[in-house]
Design a protein around this ligand. Structure first.
Ligand code: NAD
Length: 277
């Protein structure tokens, strides 16, 4: 049966940044497909809230939480050891964690994001979390997937900004001089394009061991942004709207299951058609 291939019963998926807006949706989607999930993030209380939220609809025994900072190799190895000691094999890795500069309500992306002023510490921090973190998690969990004969799936969460440049006009604020106009930071483009490169590398590296790697590139999710921002952004999207937070769930289920068994090394851009306009 076609839909049997989406079945993830008997599998375990580890999600990084799982307590955030989309991480929770990824967890819910994978639980819905029958997988157990290991939710990882930096805050124990946020993970507790995520577990409580998901336990309303899914068996709490299928939900494990672990504090894990993806920028710390020691954290990742420690979680891998704990899971392995408990007899848990990670079959699916979703590299989702990021330090995300968001447009929220009337608060724009900061003017300190401008390239001319962008602090080296921010460059290093954001790249360490968004890109190095995905490398470190893939190194630890991907190596384990490749070591036995069972293979696995690595899914990197990139962004539509992995395939085009930010349109900085979206973030402009009336009345501010040019040098203070907020912008999407350079790190975002670099991280997301880097994740696509990492995806291609991983897709071939362990292909003979049954480990596939793909990227999912979501477009912007509606999350209470100002009407002005939403209007500007949606005018660039053929479907004429931002995504709802639950609209990537079916893609997660497809990309993490045998339904996509012959898909490898691709970047699936789900952006309402923005990148083709
Ligand atoms: N929301 C969107 O519109 C959108 C659009 C395209 C792509 N994305 C991508 O989707 C992913 C999830 O985005 P989101 O909107 O849920 O963001 P979010 O900020 O709500 O969640 C990100 C999570 O990552 C965690 N995190 C931060 N630093 C970490 C670290 N060092 N180690 C582990 N976890 C860490 C945060 O605590 C947070 O829970 C990101 O990679 C983001 O770039 C989001």
């Amino acid at each position: 049966m076609t839909f049997d291939k989406f079945e993830l019963t008997g599998k375990t998926a580890l999600i990084t940044g799982a307590a955030g807006l989309l991480g929770l949706e990824h967890g819910s989607a994978l639980l819905e497909s029958g997988s157990k999930v290991v939710l990882t993030d930096i805050s124990e209380s946020a993970l507790d809230s995520a577990r409580s939220a998901l336990s309303k609809n899914f068996d709490p025994k299928s939900i494990i939480t672990k504090v894990m900072d993806v920028s710390r190799g020691s954290d990742i190895r420690s979680v891998a050891d704990q899971l392995s000691s408990a007899g848990i094999r990670i079959d699916i890795l979703v590299n989702n964690a990021a330090i995300d500069p968001k447009v929220k309500g009337d608060v724009g992306i900061l003017e300190t994001s401008r390239l001319e002023n962008f602090p080296l510490e921010q460059w290093e921090l954001q790249i360490t979390v968004g890109l190095t973190g995905a490398f470190l998690c893939s190194q630890v969990f991907g190596t384990a997937m490749a070591q036995d004969s069972k293979g696995g799936v690595i899914l990197n969460i990139a962004s539509d900004l992995s395939v085009f440049s930010p349109d900085q006009r979206l973030y402009r604020k009336a009345g501010l001089p040019e040098h203070q106009q907020p912008v999407k930071p350079v790190t975002y483009s670099v991280i997301k394009a880097g994740l696509v490169g990492l995806t291609r590398y991983l897709a071939t590296y362990w292909a003979d061991k049954g480990v596939r790697a793909n990227a999912l590139s979501p477009g912007g999710v509606y999350n209470g942004q100002s009407a002005e921002f939403v209007q500007r952004l949606t005018s660039l999207i053929p479907l004429g709207r931002m995504a709802n937070r639950d609209e990537y769930r079916s893609a997660i289920q497809f990309l993490c299951s045998d339904a996509s068994a012959y898909l490898n090394g691709q970047n699936i851009v789900m952006d309402g058609g923005r990148c083709v306009w």
